[in-house]
Design a protein around this ligand. Structure first.
Ligand code: AMP
Length: 280
């Protein structure tokens, strides 16, 4: 029977991590809960590579805009706990907001340049400041050797990578592939907001990415390829496209010949924010 322990504060978590056997090789998977198989794939990888695994479950208020879904974001710790129980010995770190942001907390981390300003950042002002700050804070509270992130949130991963490198944070980042439903839709906690009609439409975002990719590898320019992907979504109807763009996979600047590229896309389907990407 695997052992799951829930910690509400960092002090008790650190005591448990530092017990017999030492606190070496701590693998950390930060999440906002409402876990699905995408999250679980990160946890499985951490269990393979680390002696101790911490999964944080914290819906971080500072990464939501005033009109976003912070209040209605799904929260279900007992369900999350059951899912993790099947995987192995895991420490769940589920802090209260004041553990993460105690009285007097005023710092904020901003990753500048293209990474912190284009695409998602343009449509969600302040989002990545919230993400970078909470991840840095959680790194400080958990003190992991390795931390696992999903490539579904490609720009987020690049932002965290930049911050980790710029601030010399002593943690190795591990990027994990996107898990998808059988019809191609990227798994996401937000998919549960979708009505049945929206759910049947949602995989079109991934199809648009695939069409864009096909156009690129058949020699079309990024601009033409983007146009093809966008036109497909427009024809599908129901999406409010925020961006669909080919970018340099390392910097997210405009693509350069001979360098790895990624196609990034985000759209609103009704009131649900969908995000996905595909490497070329
Ligand atoms: P979230 O709870 O949405 O903040 O996600 C927590 C972590 O899980 C992030 O590193 C995400 O990129 C990752 N993640 C979310 N969805 C998926 C997915 N479908 N496949 C792989 N990783 C994912």
């Amino acid at each position: 029977m695997s052992k799951i322990t829930v910690f509400r504060n960092a002090e008790s978590l650190q005591r448990a991590l530092g017990g017999r056997g030492g606190r070496s090789q701590v693998g950390f998977v930060p999440t906002m809960g409402a876990l699905h198989f995408g999250h679980l794939s990160l946890v499985k990888q951490a269990l393979k590579e680390c002696r101790q695994v911490v999964v944080s479950i914290f819906v971080n208020p500072t990464q939501f805009g005033p009109k976003e879904d912070y209040q209605r974001y799904p929260r279900n710790l007992s369900e999350d706990r059951k899912l993790l129980q099947r995987l192995g010995d895991i420490k769940i770190f589920a802090p209260e907001t004041r553990e993460v942001y105690p009285d007097g907390f005023t710092s904020s981390i901003k990753v500048g340049g293209t990474l912190g300003e284009r695409f998602e950042a343009e449509f969600r002002p302040g989002h990545f400041d919230g993400v970078a700050t909470v991840v840095a804070r959680l790194f400080g509270l958990v003190r992991p050797e390795r931390a696992y992130f999903g490539l579904k949130d490609f720009q987020q991963f690049r932002v965290i990578q930049r911050m980790t490198e710029d601030l010399c944070l002593p943690v190795k980042l591990v990027a994990c592939e996107t898990l998808r439903e059988s019809d191609g839709l990227a798994m996401s906690s937000r998919n549960r907001y979708l009505s049945p009609t929206q759910r049947s439409k949602a995989p079109a975002l991934y199809v648009a990415l695939q069409l864009t990719r096909l156009a690129l590898i058949s020699g079309k320019s990024p601009t033409v390829a983007e146009r093809i992907g966008k036109a497909f979504l427009r024809k599908k109807g129901g999406f409010r496209l925020q961006y669909l763009a080919v970018a340099d996979a390392a910097t997210l600047e405009n693509p350069r010949p001979g360098k790895a590229r990624v196609i990034l896309a985000a759209a609103m389907l009704g009131t649900t924010h969908l995000i996905d990407n595909l490497k070329v």
